[in-house]
Write a protein that binds this ligand. Structure first.
Ligand code: SF4
Ligand code: MG
Length: 327
């Protein structure tokens, strides 16, 4: 299986009045055809900015991709113009977000918004696009599709809107779906239905999914491969089974411990002590050192590199460096 998406050493920085925030700092990842890769981490770790960089959505004077390479389906995305990216977006790469409302136009009907990409990207006639939109609404499990097509976004529930967003996302047959916290705003039952829907479309079309979430439950259900990010960097990655069975980085171990377990009382939930470091005050070190129970001297002054520790996993932690452990 070839790589559909290959990100190499991506750096996306933001200039602020207080200094440069390295939101994404040297991230590499690959998504193979038909694979679901999850990026997991706490809010502010750079996982959404990574996805937005792929979509060419980091723009404006403050934030930009300052280094690295993003290759999609053999094509280098970074040199492309806005117009060229727009063609790829919504066509070969689709995206869904946490808040469907923010992606929908409140003054257009659902049907109008669904037909637009079909007309633009697939060159369908208005009539054919309308028929296809209604068919898609049915496919995402919404009844009374005609009536829904004539509704405005505010008339639908959050769960229904997210189904509509999925319908729009898959309407042009994307090779890659990027989903950024697609179920975070939804209640648990609806969340499970939305994840089912994504799995179903993936199975039917062999599309790849890059799923961004802070929720390890979602990761466990969806991922083939997991990337754990912390403070703009990848600290661990691996096949999902390996990562859950044998987490190596102390941060990943903490995330797994903090995952709510059924039957565990709320006040027994573990949470990782301390806070994510201030992105403006980072110095050469392991960025997790303030929160790590295993912190050694070297962790405060030198950055551990991401390295293979098994065939299926990589970790960036001095605990796994031979010289430190044994020497
Ligand atoms: Fe902890 Fe050191 Fe590993 Fe960082 S490098 S996670 S501080 S042991
Ligand atoms: Mg986010």
């Amino acid at each position: 299986m070839g790589d559909l998406l290959a990100i190499e050493n991506l750096k996306t920085y933001f200039d602020t009045e207080e200094g440069t925030v390295k939101a994404v700092d040297g991230v590499s990842l690959r998504v193979k055809q038909g694979q679901t890769v999850c990026i997991v981490g706490e809010s502010g770790c750079g996982k959404s900015i990574t996805a937005m960089s792929v979509m060419g959505l980091v723009e404006g004077p403050a934030g930009k991709v300052v280094g690295g390479r993003i290759e999609f389906d053999g094509q280098d995305l970074l040199p492309l113009s806005r117009h060229e990216l727009r063609t790829i977006r919504g066509n070969d790469i689709a995206m869904i977000f946490q808040e469907p409302m923010s992606s929908l136009n409140p003054v257009l009907t659902i049907g109008e918004q669904m037909t637009e990409p079909l007309i633009e990207h697939l060159k369908m006639s208005r009539k054919a696009a309308r028929a296809r939109a209604i068919e898609l609404i049915g496919q995402v499990g919404i009844s009374r599709a005609e009536q829904i097509a004539d509704s405005y976004p505010h008339e639908l529930s959050g769960g229904m809107l997210q189904r509509i967003m999925i319908a729009i996302a898959i309407s042009c047959g994307p090779k890659l779906l990027i989903a950024d916290e697609p179920t975070t705003a939804l209640d648990v039952t609806i969340q499970a239905q939305i994840l089912d829907l994504l799995r179903q479309f993936k199975a039917e079309s062999n599309m790849s999914i890059l799923l961004i979430t802070h929720d390890l439950g979602v990761v466990a259900e969806m991922a083939d491969y997991v990337i754990v990010m912390y403070a703009g960097k990848v600290v661990e990655e691996g096949e999902v089974v390996e990562l859950f069975a044998n987490p190596k980085h102390p941060y990943t171990q903490g995330l797994l411990k903090s995952k709510p377990v059924i039957n565990q009382r709320q006040n027994e939930l573990y949470s990782i002590p301390g806070q994510v470091p201030n992105p403006l005050e980072l110095t050469e070190s392991c960025y997790f050192h303030d929160r790590c129970a295993h912190c050694m001297d070297i962790c405060r002054t030198r950055e551990p590199r991401l390295k293979n520790v098994t065939d299926e996993s990589k970790v960036a932690c001095w605990l796994y460096e031979e010289a430190v452990v044994h020497g």
